[in-house]
Write a protein that binds this ligand. Sequence first.
Ligand code: HOZ
Length: 423
Amino acid sequence: MRKVNNKSDRLFEESKKYMPGGVNSPVRAFYAVHRNPVFIDSAKGSKIYDVDGNEYLDYVCSWGPGILGHARVEVIEAVQKACEKGLTFGAPTENEYILAELVQGLMPSMEMLRLVNSGTEAVMSAIRAARGYTGRDKIIKFRGCYHGHSDGLLVKAGSGALTQSVPDSLGVPKDYTKNTLVAEYNDLQSVERLFEECDGEIAAIIAEPVAANMGVVLPKEGFLKGLRQIADKYGSLLIFDEVITGFRLAPGGAQEYFGVTPDITALGKIIGGGMPMAAYGGKREIMEMVAPLGGVYQAGTLSGNPVAAAAGIATLRILKEQPDIYAKIGEQTKKLADTAKKCMGDKVRVNQIESLMSIFFCEGEVVDYESAAASDTEQYAKYFNYMFEQGIYLAPSQFEAMFISFAHSDEDIERTCKAMERF
Ligand code: HOZ
């Protein structure tokens, strides 16, 4: 039986005095599931523990970075070792080079890359590089895809923007979004139409190769290849936002998984092994336009931070050396998906790919923003709350993904399946 969260509730009330909504990222406030969040004290493997001593089986995994599970020994030791040498120098370090080489080896399309601190920063910089390289201003994004909270990308965005029903943010001047064109996910014609209307003006198409911020929405057969062809036809670039899919679908991310090569890739989450780290990179000739080599400016005091790089290196090495990890977590996730389909039947649609999954409470296929938004979010809230009371911590929003880690044991999966059946 879950203990009443006295301390969590108290901390939440106190936090609200100092931070908007008491949190540092909106979805964490649990608004969409109509309850107070719990405050987390610690985590290990597949479990997280709140400040009131409750244990939860964690399917948020810090929204993606935790592919190996929490506090994996090799990662913690690498971080401790790096800390002892100093936390930040604002100067080049060996760790940055090692991480960059590792990433390049896993994702060969990233011939050169730049380390930054967050997915938002990676995507924002990737777009700047695309614009600098092509000399064009417009970009195409997809409705319901989320690419961080930079001004030009908060247009029909997913994730927290969709959860809080704020499709476009206040405080973003119209002038900043006038170059952001919106197409429909899985609809190549909507992309082609924009190119016909704005031929010669579009720098890049940016896509989550698997959309995972309106819940998980898979690309239809041929969609990603089609984007590649359209971009080539119009002399535009293709940017994959692999902040979620990078190192998750396969060691080489969605681009390896689907066999479609983007010109630029943005990475975050797993690349930092739980520490703030992200990257963008791509074709050499594009990346050579980034300062100090070229005129596309981008910089950062903590970029390539040696402690975060150490966590990233330790994580990516494990993923590289043990590729069977992917088969295992893919199988575990499929068991969850099959159980959800079996016990909730035609009341739900389950989208799953490798270790990413979403249960939508609707009848039709979920293939784009419109069909994702048709999900009964109140039913999702009921499902979340039921599972939560069973000690199972799911994303507190219909429009975030469920993440499975290598630390989830057969017993964990079994327990989750049983809870789903009871629900
Ligand atoms: N927007 C993030 C997930 N797509 C949520 C980040 C967080 O709240 O930690």
